[in-house]
Design a protein around this ligand. Structure first.
Ligand code: MN
Length: 242
């Protein structure tokens, strides 16, 4: 019995070995017999719309669809790179879309699931951008652009993001502990799982006198990172690209 969590794979044509690693993981006996798989955002480095005719989205859909057809639920929550992923692609890829901040009971324990970016409240500049790009009107405007224009737009957004992370302090780009406590309190949970910060760890802390934990998934830039949650506990592990 295990539930598998991954996030921040940032799949991209520039790292084909990482895409292959993702495909191997999803096809593995362990994942094929898992209770569920959760992808908590930034599955791809950039998502320009469900109508993207490139090879990578089709490859990903094949891997996730095959898993869902093997009766393993595959949940997807958008990150800041793939928030334009919608219901058309989800249907094609066998994904069940989740809202950021969904609570699921894992073996009876309510667990808050997030991408993690909304918890980085100290990064005021980022939060302003997030608010803009999550507006349906803004998204509709982008999606109305021809595919090549959207590709160019996504490339520019990635450049801007790199420039921002290059000049913003590490502490500012991490989650704010106050925001974590407030969000967990409101959700009524003592366990939170998220990605985004690329700082894999299991943090234990006290939340209103109760033992709480915040599990942070790792990114897949160099190698894979997988969280296994079982009725007994949680284990974060690396995955060699081989
Ligand atoms: Mn992210």
């Amino acid at each position: 019995m295990a539930t598998i969590f991954i996030s921040d794979l940032h799949l991209d044509d520039g790292r084909p070995h990482i895409t292959a690693l993702f495909e191997r993981l999803l096809a593995s006996d362990e994942v094929r017999s898992a209770d569920a798989v959760y992808i908590l955002g930034d599955l791809v480095d950039a998502w320009i719309g469900d109508d993207d005719d490139a090879a990578l989205p089709a490859r990903i859909a094949q891997a996730t669809r095959s898993l869902s057809e093997a009766d393993v639920p595959v949940y997807f929550m958008a990150g800041n790179r793939d928030f334009l992923l919608g219901s058309a692609y989800a249907a094609r890829a066998g994904l069940t879309l989740l809202e950021d901040g969904t609570v699921h009971a894992l073996y009876g324990r309510p667990t808050l699931l997030m991408h993690g970016d909304v918890l980085c409240t100290d990064d005021v500049a980022y939060q302003a951008v997030r608010q803009q790009v999550r507006q349906p009107q803004w998204q509709a405007q982008i999606l109305a652009m021809p595919l090549p224009a959207r590709r160019a737009f996504a490339a520019k957004a990635r450049e801007d993001s790199r420039a921002h992370t290059g000049t913003t302090g590490e502490a500012i780009m991490d989650v704010n502990q106050q925001a974590v406590a407030t969000t967990m309190r409101e959700a009524g949970v003592t366990r939170l799982i998220h990605g985004h910060t690329h700082r894999p760890a299991i943090h234990h802390f006290d939340l209103d006198g109760r033992a709480a934990e915040r599990i942070v998934l790792g990114d897949w830039y160099e190698h894979g990172s997988v969280l296994r949650v079982t009725p007994e506990g949680s284990e974060l592990a690396g995955l060699s690209a081989g």
